[in-house]
Design a protein around this ligand. Structure first.
Ligand code: SAH
Length: 470
């Protein structure tokens, strides 16, 4: 069957839901669900489908009959092209409503779990400019809009410094202003681009693997420090120093100016040497008087203000008295472990990345915390009975796994340990629900609290308190 024939148009359909990876949802007359990318629940639209599966279509609204009350004006000129903020056209209160709904649905439908009364989702005070870290890519062949391609105009400069177009590894959107990271983030990015163009520093070409400039990372912190890291594809000392010196002079507020020379196929810096050109090789983040050292490769929650709220909820749920042995699984650089340490007898953090564990130990020493211990290893392998015999039976386990959730072995281990309380912090309520369904054998959900760390996106964190069933 030709592609055209499979595409269908459905007229005057109401968009009824949002969730599923940021898409919105409507129902086709044949009963199938339609996932849309450009509508808001409450819109009444004509829909053109471009994909058909057994249970659903994917499509796009091509004509709007009624615009939803839930709509608001997107702040960003790049909205709709950039994949970063899929929900900018939805009012914040409605974004929160659909995030809450997604979490509740996942827990009840995937986990088949019985939920206590839900505490309403905690929204973010800042709905824009809340990120402390952004990564931009250079490209010599920027993404063109359909209008640009169809016009006869001279397209001018084709270089870009911005974000990947969703699903297209070699196409970069040139970003004029991003609303996710506070100033001077935009100023630095624009200046880098402008200076590079004026001085013939070549932007990367992904297909041919040529050019000088590859990526730009900007990290800001609540302490006012700024880290800038430029990733070069090739080694040209003269050009490199020309750019870095210019940045140093133009933005004296940069406290950490670093670079990487990476001529590998991919642009991840995690296996690369990071060289400090000016200032320190790290910045600090602060929380309740605790200092966390962040270097170019460190993981730190990207919305610092909401991370504080998230950690407070985790600590409240743990309700420690000072006598407990606490495990902090997937501890990263040990932030949660240190955050709860004052209220515990001992906290043991476990994490797979050796550098993160080094940083955790260093941070704990800097913060004069003496009752934390940190161990490195793959959770499914190290977190076993022998480990517990050595370090002590936990009273409370805090777990904060990556998006995939916990390995089945880790969940089984949690059941075998049967600690009185588990606090499960999750950035993906679908995998959290899957894990909770297994834990349900011995544990009951006492509290569940969603937290919005990423306004304008569909992402949502969820914290669940589990208690051993009597
Ligand atoms: N709790 C931390 C970090 C959470 S992110 C914080 O709030 O900052 C999840 C962490 O899990 C990451 O640091 C990642 O490196 C770690 N991780 C991922 N897979 C792992 C595994 N199999 N074993 C141990 N740690 C793992």
């Amino acid at each position: 069957m030709s592609r055209k024939k499979r595409n269908q148009v459905f007229t005057t359909i109401e968009v009824i839901d949002a969730g599923a990876k940021g898409k919105t949802v409507a129902k086709a007359p044949d009963g199938r669900v339609i996932f849309l990318t450009n509508a808001v629940p409450g819109d009444i639209v004509d829909i053109q489908t471009f994909k058909k599966r057994k249970a659903f279509y994917e499509g796009k609204a091509i004509n709007f009959h009624t615009l939803s009350e839930k709509r608001t004006e997107p702040k960003c000129e790049h909205f709709g092209t950039c994949g970063g903020c899929k929900w900018q056209h939805m009012k914040y209160e409605d974004q929160l409503f659909f995030k809450q709904k997604e979490v509740t649905n996942n827990l009840t439908r995937i986990g088949h779990l019985e939920l206590p009364e839900i505490t309403p989702i905690l929204g973010s005070k800042e709905q824009y400019f809340y990120r402390n870290k952004m990564e931009f890519s250079f490209s010599d062949s920027r993404w063109l809009t359909l209008e640009e391609i169809q016009s006869d105009r001279d397209l001018g400069d084709r270089n870009a410094l911005g974000f990947h177009i969703p699903g297209m590894w070699d196409k970069i959107l040139d970003v004029k202003k991003c609303h996710l990271q506070a100033d001077p983030s935009n100023a630095i990015r624009l200046e880098v681009k402008d200076f590079a163009l004026k001085n013939d520093l070549l932007f990367f070409n992904t297909r041919n693997q040529t050019g000088l400039l590859r990526t730009l990372m900007i990290r800001t912190s609540s302490t006012g420090e700024i880290m800038v890291l430029i990733q070069f594809f090739s080694d040209s000392q003269e050009k490199r120093e020309l750019l870095l010196d210019h940045l140093k002079v133009t933005f004296p507020e940069i406290t950490s100016l670093q670079y990487v020379i990476n001529s590998k196929g991919n642009d991840t810096i995690y296996d690369q040497e990071v060289i400090c050109y000016h200032g320190r090789d790290h910045i600090f983040e602060e929380m309740e008087g605790l200092q966390f050292k962040i270097n170019a490769k460190s993981f730190y929650q990207t919305n610092s203000a909401q991370a504080y709220e998230l950690y407070k909820i985790a600590r409240d749920f743990a309700s420690l008295s000072g006598n407990e042995v606490v495990y902090d699984l997937y501890t990263g650089t040990g932030t949660i472990a240190q955050f709860v340490a004052k209220k515990a007898k001992k906290v043991i953090g476990v994490e797979a990345v050796p550098d993160a564990i080094l940083a955790a130990k260093e941070n704990a020493a800097r913060n004069n915390i003496e009752n934390t211990e940190f161990y490195v290893g793959d959770m499914a392998k190290v977190f076993d009975q022998a480990f517990l015999a050595k370090h002590g039976q936990p009273d409370v386990i805090i777990t904060d796994p990556p998006r995939d959730g916990m390995h089945k072995k880790v969940v089984e281990q949690l059941l075998a340990i049967a600690a009185e309380k588990i606090v499960y912090v999750s950035c993906n309520s679908a995998t959290q629900a899957r894990d909770l369904a297994i834990l349900n054998e011995k544990y009951q959900i006492v509290k569940t609290q969603a937290v919005d760390m990423f306004p304008q996106t569909h992402h949502v964190e969820n914290v669940v308190l589990l208690k051993l069933k009597k």
